[in-house]
Ligand binder design. Structure first.
Ligand SMILES: CC(C)(COP(=O)(O)OP(=O)(O)OC[C@H]1O[C@@H](n2cnc3c(N)ncnc32)[C@H](O)[C@@H]1OP(=O)(O)O)[C@@H](O)C(=O)NCCC(=O)NCCS
Length: 151
């Protein structure tokens, strides 16, 4: 599949917001996406096809040396071709250089995402009961540690 990873910009916003609405039960609004573009504490990456179309996107929040994978998603017709792996890989390379760890939350029944995270060395460290109350599902908390932080 022909694509490159690029920083998200205004040209991607409409497609990203539409995909987000289609894929997540708690999507970000178009306004939130736009304001994230100007948020210095997040890195927004798009897998872009040669025509500028969005195949997938990811958002990594960073505060000091702590990372939080806030979003990762791939268009349904582009899945199982390594797009999420490429996006996550770019965040992990950044993490290895600059972060102590990256944490995330995933719905307990989201087996594709859990498989992606486990393949990349994330481990389950906790659970938030009924976090997705609208569907009566827990969130699994996972993280990948790059270096131990001494308290
Ligand atoms: C989870 C998601 C991002 C994976 O995207 P993708 O581009 O299809 O994933 P990749 O092709 O890069 O897969 C990388 C690895 O993830 C795992 N994986 C991905 N999809 C999987 C599936 N349906 N079943 C089992 N493992 C899967 C595999 O380990 C895979 O490696 P492999 O192909 O060598 O077996 C995608 O399914 C998605 O957008 N889901 C909806 C949004 C979402 O739930 N995001 C996560 C929120 S926490």
């Amino acid at each position: 599949m022909d694509y490159q990873l690029v920083p998200m910009d205004k040209s991607h916003l409409k497609e990203v917001a539409e995909l987000d609405k289609e894929l997540f039960t708690r999507p970000w609004s178009a306004d939130s996406w736009e304001s994230e573009l100007y948020n210095d504490t997040v890195s927004l990456v798009v897998a872009e096809d040669p025509d500028g179309g969005v195949l997938g996107y990811g958002v990594l929040g960073v505060i000091l040396d702590e990372g939080c994978l806030e979003k990762i998603a791939v268009r349904p017709d582009c899945r199982r071709k390594g797009v999420a792996q490429a996006i996550l890989g770019s965040f992990l390379r950044y993490g290895e250089e600059h972060l102590a760890y990256i944490g995330l939350e995933v719905r307990e029944d989201n087996s594709p995402a859990i498989a992606l995270y486990e393949k990349n060395g994330f481990t389950a460290v906790g659970r938030r009961k009924n976090y997705y109350a609208e569907v009566h599902k827990d969130a699994i908390l996972m993280d990948k540690v790059f270096r131990e932080v001494t308290p």
